[in-house]
Design a protein around this ligand. Structure first.
Ligand SMILES: Cc1ncc(C[n+]2csc(CCOP(=O)(O)OP(=O)(O)O)c2C)c(N)n1
Ligand code: SF4
Length: 393
C-alpha cells in the first residue's frame, strides 16, 4: 500500500554503522543521570533527520528539555498540552498539508512526530491518539515513551505502572503490601487491534537502539498515522543505580515481560530477543531477575514474584498472539480447528514460527508456593515500612 502523501526516503538502519552521525537532540538537557527516556528522543531524532517537526507533550521530556532560553532540540520543536499528542500531530500534519496546497510553503515531505509519556499517551491522551490513528490521510508518528509512571510530577501511578510497584500513590503500608493492583495496559496491542487501517505499529526500547531507530524509519516511510511504544527504564522512579538502565531494558525483554514486535499493514512480526524467544531459540529468564534489581519491587515476597511470573506466562501461553493480543481461543467457534481462512493473517504468520515451547521458567520456582490468584487479599505485613527502598542515588 502506498503512503497517503509523499514521505522522505529513509533507508533502514540495520546496524549501528548505518546510523547517521548527526545529532538533532543534543547536550543541554537536565534529565537525570541514566535517564532512558532522553535516549529515545536522541535516537528518534537521529533516525528521523533534519526535515522533522517534533511536538512534545508535558512531562519529563518537556520540562527537563526546556530550561530558560536553552534546549537540546536542533529540529523545530513545540510543546503541546498533556494529553494532546494525537491532536497536535493531526493539527500540524493538516496545517502543513494546507500550507503546501496553497503554495505558502515549499511542497516537500516533512516528518511530523508527536511524543508523549505514558501518563500523557496511555491515560489522558489515549482518545486523541486513537482519533489520530483513524485519520489516514495524514503522515504522522505518535511516539510514546513509557517510563511506567507520571515521572515529572514525582512518580505517580499511571496505566502503565507494573503490578505491585511502589509509586508515590502506591506505597506499601501497614495493612497492604501491594497497593498497585492493576495489571499494565496493553497499549500497542489495543491500538493495533482497534485501528486496522494504521499501517505501522511497533514496540521498542532504547536499550536496543538499532531496532528502535529502524522502527522509527519504518514508521516514517510507511506514511499515514503510525505509532511506536518504547519502554524506558527510569532510575529515579524505578529505584536503581543509573548505570543499570540498559541492562534493565534488556532484562525486560529477556524475561518476556515486554515484547518487541512490529505490525506492518496488519502483519505482525516479532523482533530481536522476543523473536528468539518466540521461535524457541532462547529461554525466558525468570521475571524475578528483572524485578529484584529495582527498589520499587523491594517489598515483594515469594508469592508476589510467583504471581507476576504466572501473569507473564499466561501472556506467552494463552494469548491468541503471544504477548500481543490478549484473547484465548474458546466459545462457540473453535478457531484452532477452523479452516485457515477463518483466522486472521496475523495468527497465521505467528503460528508459522511459533513452537509452542516458550521456554518459560516454572522449574526455577520449585519450592515457591503456588501464586494465589489475588495475592493482595492476603498481603498484611506486621511491620510498617520505614523508608522507600534505596535508589542508589
Ligand atoms: C492537564 C494536566 N494535568 C496535570 C498536569 C501536571 N503534570 C505535568 S507533567 C505530568 C506527568 C506526566 O506524566 P507522563 O506523561 O507519564 O510523562 P513523564 O513525566 O513520565 O515523562 C503531570 C501530571 C498538566 N501539566 N496538565
Ligand atoms: S524522572 Fe525518570 S524519566 Fe524523568 S528525567 Fe529522571 S530518569 Fe528521566
Amino acid at each position: 500500500m502506498e503512503a497517503p502523501g509523499r514521505v522522505l526516503k529513509l533507508d533502514p538502519i540495520r546496524s549501528i554503522k548505518k546510523a547517521p552521525v548527526e545529532e538533532y537532540f543534543e547536550s543541554g538537557h537536565r534529565t537525570c543521570q541514566g535517564c532512558l527516556s532522553s535516549l529515545p528522543m536522541r535516537l528518534m531524532a537521529k533516525a528521523a533527520g533534519p526535515r522533522t517537526i517534533v511536538l512534545g507533550s508535558t512531562g519529563c521530556m518537556y520540562v527537563a528539555n526546556t530550561t530558560y532560553m536553552t534546549t537540546p532540540w536542533v529540529v523545530p520543536w513545540m510543546h503541546t498540552q498533556l494529553g494532546a499528542a494525537g491532536s497536535a500531530a493531526v493539527g500540524t500534519a493538516a496545517g502543513l498539508k494546507a500550507l503546501m496546497r496553497k503554495g505558502k510553503i515549499k511542497d516537500e515531505p516533512i516528518n511530523v512526530i508527536a511524543f508523549c509519556g505514558d501518563g500523557g499517551g496511555a491515560d489522558m491522551g489515549l482518545s486523541a491518539i486513537s482519533a489520530a490513528l483513524t485519520d489516514i490521510e495524514y503522515n504522522l508518528l505518535i511516539f510514546l515513551y513509557d517510563n511506567e509512571s507520571y515521572a515529572n510530577t514525582d512518580i505517580q501511578t499511571s496505566g502503565q505502572t507494573p503490578w505491585g510497584a511502589v509509586t508515590t500513590f502506591s506505597p506499601p503500608g501497614k495493612k497492604h503490601r501491594i497497593m498497585q493492583r492493576r495489571w499494565k495496559k496493553n497499549v500497542p496491542g489495543m491500538l493495533a487491534a482497534g485501528h486496522p487501517d494504521t499501517r505501522y505499529i511497533a514496540s521498542g526500547t532504547p536499550a536496543m537502539p538499532v531496532d528502535m531507530m529502524d522502527k522509527v524509519r519504518a514508521a516514517l516511510r510507511a506514511g499515514g498515522p503510525t505509532y511506536i511504544h518504547v519502554l524506558d527504564p527510569c532510575p529515579k522512579g524505578w529505584h536503581y543505580d543509573p548505570e543499570h538502565s540498559v541492562e534493565l531494558g534488556k532484562l525486560a525483554l529477556e524475561t518476556g515481560i515486554y515484547p518487541l514486535y512490529e505490525i506492518k499493514d496488519g502483519v505482525l512480526e516479532f523482533t530481536g530477543i522476543t523473536k528468539q524467544i518466540a521461535t524457541g531459540r532462547r529461554r525466558r529468564k525468570p521475571v524475578r531477575e528483572y524485578l529484584e534489581k529495582q527498589g520499587r519491587f523491594a517489598h515483594f515476597k515469594n508469592q508476589d514474584y510467583a504471581y507476576f511470573q504466572k501473569k507473564v506466562d499466561e501472556m506467552w501461553e494463552q494469548w491468541i498472539i503471544p504477548c500481543v493480543v490478549a484473547f484465548s481461543y474458546g466459545g462457540p467457534i473453535n478457531i484452532t480447528s477452523a479452516e485457515p481462512k477463518v483466522r486472521n493473517k496475523n495468527v497465521e504468520r505467528v503460528n508459522a514460527s511459533w513452537t509452542g515451547e516458550p521456554g518459560h521458567a516454572h522449574e526455577e520456582y520449585e519450592g515457591v508456593p503456588d501464586a494465589p490468584s489475588e495475592p493482595w487479599r492476603d498481603d498484611r505485613v506486621d511491620e510498617p515500612r520505614s523508608a522507600l527502598p534505596s535508589s542508589g542515588q
